[in-house]
Design a protein around this ligand. Structure first.
Ligand SMILES: [Zn+2]
Length: 392
């Protein structure tokens, strides 16, 4: 039997929501899973020991192809033996393709059939990213899951504009697949591992685009499935469209995605978005919110968002979240965290980031347990019900 880069086994399902185990060459990942973002080879504000601790136990993190390619560059990472060794992280890594970051540069980029030309935000040099270059960079990084190089249309893109972009993404997906397969044969993947039952190679995920047009999304899904990937992602959401539009697309697309493959919703979202997307059949998530908002003084709690800057917390001896078992909530008060934040102490960002990640990862643990025990609808109702309590 042909060995594959991944195995995905669904253990329980309730409605569209499912829980299972994704077996990668760097360990087992229980799904649904939240993946913290490690843009430049670091999950900002937290050490890997803490991410690995039983309290957080993040099984997989993200790396950004665009950022790592520009700095420190793939020669540095190749000479270290790949991204895992370079950063000191032995668990699974997923890298995005750089498509979204380049798209975010807006006017600074030029898109052609070949790829995207843009100016580096690091040194202003002119750079060119294409499906082939992205696959080469991701092979040098040696991530365990590679994303195809795609183009993202803005949420409010017209049908014609979104269609052009979606078809370009499909052609780029085909080129990504070809370049990726070639690179696996030539041993370019620095993360190759001998593993029982698996091929030990990188896995490649396809991305469904089409902005907010359902017919284009369905067309994109079909073209992506026809090429064939180890997993499938929905991209181009959370880019300015209404929330209702986002859920309409997930409702339409997720149940049509291959059932036996992991389904990844890229760049989404808040804790309630995660739970709602799980209810629609999504297995994997990534988002900057817990880390980025942690640095700007915002905590995610079981009763909603909490802004630590608010004067009302100045003498509040309660933890950030009274239901949270994390080490920050066990030890520190809102008053102390507010004091740290107002004094510009770096520990404020570190502690808020820790709590936020604990909250996201715990939420997913609760989601998995509830699907296994057949209580997901109750979990979803109670979780969403509590969130409004802060009134923020
Ligand atoms: Zn906490």
């Amino acid at each position: 039997m042909k060995r594959l880069p991944l195995h995905f086994d669904i253990e329980a399902q309730q409605g569209e929501a499912r829980t299972g185990v994704l077996t990668t060459r760097r360990g087992l990942i229980e799904t649904p899973v939240f993946m913290p973002i490690g843009t430049a080879g670091t999950v900002k504000g937290i050490r890997f020991e803490e991410l690995e601790s039983s309290e957080l136990d993040a099984k997989i993190i993200l790396g950004n192809t665009y950022h790592l390619w520009l700095r420190p560059g793939i020669d540095v990472i190749r000479s270290a033996g790949g991204l895992h060794r370079f950063i000191g992280w032995d668990r699974a890594l997923l890298t995005d393709s750089g498509g979204f970051q380049v798209w975010s540069l807006g006017a600074l980029r030029k898109i052609t059939e070949d790829g995207t030309e843009f100016r580096s935000h690091v040194d202003g040099s002119l750079r060119f990213l294409s499906p082939e270059v992205s696959m080469e960079v991701q092979a040098a990084l040696g991530s365990d899951i590679v994303m195809v190089f795609d183009e993202c249309a803005p949420g409010e893109a017209s049908h014609a504009e979104a269609e052009r972009s979606m078809n370009l993404t499909a052609r780029w997906a085909k080129r990504s697949r070809t370049a990726f397969d070639q690179l696996q044969k030539t041993g370019a993947d620095t993360g190759q591992l001998e593993v029982d039952e698996l091929s030990g190679s990188q896995a490649l995920f396809g991305i469904i685009q089409g902005a907010s047009h359902l017919d284009l999304r369905r067309n994109s899904l079909e073209q992506t499935i026809n090429i064939g990937f180890d997993g499938y992602a929905i991209g181009g959401l959370s880019v300015g469209e209404e929330k209702s539009v986002m859920f309409e697309i997930i409702d339409e697309i997720a149940p049509r995605m291959p059932k036996e493959s992991p389904r990844y919703l890229m760049g989404v979202g808040t804790p309630e978005d995660l739970v709602e997307a799980v209810a629609r059949g999504i297995d994997m998530f990534d988002c900057v919110l817990p880390t980025r908002n942690g640095r700007t003084g915002q905590a995610f709690t079981s009763t909603g968002k909490l802004n630590i800057k608010n004067a009302q917390w100045a003498t509040d001896s309660r933890p950030l979240d009274e239901l949270c078992p994390c080490s920050v909530c066990r030890r520190h008060s809102r008053a102390y965290l507010r004091h740290l934040y107002m004094s510009g102490e770096m520990l404020a960002s570190i502690l808020l980031t820790h709590h936020n990640l604990a909250f996201f990862l715990d939420t997913m643990r609760g989601v998995r347990q509830s699907i296994r025990s057949g209580d997901f609808p109750t979990f979803r109702r109670e979780f969403t019900g509590r969130l409004g309590a802060n009134g923020e």
